[in-house]
Design a protein around this ligand. Sequence first.
Ligand code: AMP
Ligand code: MG
Length: 490
Amino acid sequence: MIENNEMIEPGWKFDNSYVRLPQLFYTEQQPTPVHAPEMIIFNTQLAASLGLNAKTLNSEEGLTVFAGNHIPAGAAPLAQAYAGHQFGYFNRLGDGRALLIGEHITPHGERFDIQLKGSGRTPYSRGGDGRAALGPMLREYIISEAMHALGIATTRSLAVVTTGEFINRETELPGAILTRVAASHIRVGTFQYAAQFGTVEDIRALADYSIQRHYPQVFDHENRYLSLLHEVIKRQAALIAKWQLVGFIHGVMNTDNMAISGETIDYGPCAFMDRYNPATVFSSIDRDGRYAYGNQPRIGAWNLSRLAEALLPLIHEDEEQAITIAEDAIADFIELYHVNWLEGMRAKLGIFNEELEDSSLIEGLLSMMKKYDADYTNTFRALTLEQPEATALFGSAEYAEWHERWQARLGRQKQSIADSQQLMKNSNPAIIPRNHRVEEALDAAVEGDLTVMERLLHVLANPFAYSEEQAEYTSSPPPDACPYQTFCGT
Ligand code: AMP
Ligand code: MG
């Protein structure tokens, strides 16, 4: 609450470039006001890093904006149009329950989309109510902030407010709105939309816009559209490798949920893997395991092929040549992904240089983890701390043999064991947002007790700290929490 009467400016500095794209790509749309908004959580640190005044925004002034009841000066809300392959099937989509209220420019000159998710119906809502429930919005807040702290590119969460209204799902749930901050919300599906429903000039406008916004360094390239494809491929290869390295399962890698910026976007049914198994799926709607942990790199390539297809007319005037060029680019993704992953795995094992047999050393560990049902995060944590746990894996003769091989490998590099341990500490999170802890925090929050979530957010903010207070968050789920299932919560 503001104590004196002097209101400090919130610090918004909007400059809306998306409206300069062809009309095909958006519809101007105001949020639907809500009855009795209440601030549930506000991200003070993120606000500060955006050059916003946290104190002003964490008050009535911010609340009315985050609820969609007041449009700040300079904002010009719109719903974005896009399409996407959902579980392999093409659909015409768009912001059905979200609005881009504007692009905020930070004091450092960076541009971020400020988006309200759950702000009411739009022309793209199809049958939906345009609203979101409190649990899933807080879930996105927790996981996206945890991903950021893990050093993984992601959209961020600035605030969650409740609307004071109930929404109808299987039961009545409290409605909420998340304020999402993103480098942009341009998706692979935005390009598919242009290719399917627009002209070549529309695709070109979107591509030029994306290049200027995310990859300005390639604008003067001879074939800047091919360079755009390459840049997106590079970012996605790095991103998906990072997901694999921490055991993150996105859960709904539809092409509309893959960002051109290379940020992780759309935290619906995502979850972190406990026991290592490439077949792990949490999402209740992913019945065939299309988006299982072990499939994510392959799906990444599939989605990028859809982007390449949309860009074909810009890549080369001869379609056959364009296809060959695009296919080479996709092959690069698979190679680049592997390079990123291998580099990350070496770091997780304290390895600084490269040896040919590193892959087999890594595969050796992973196959034991699978065989003995070992917890992914805790196995690397135990290796990092040199504290083998009382588990089947660490008790096995196979492990003893592998451990000897690993130690010999570390001995063949010039760095000390202490250096290796430091590298491992920086590469293996002590904690991840365990599903049962996230659920516990959400259950309490929906009942009105925010302290459980606040404590969880506090420990997740420093996943590489290896601090005392993190210890209790490292335990794997109790048996009655398995098998864990996530729901889209739409
Ligand atoms: P998502 O599964 O969140 O990626 O959403 C897929 C599509 O469904 C997007 O176009 C969303 O805007 C739309 N959508 C999801 N939930 C709702 C809702 N409650 N009302 C309207 N549209 C929705
Ligand atoms: Mg989505």
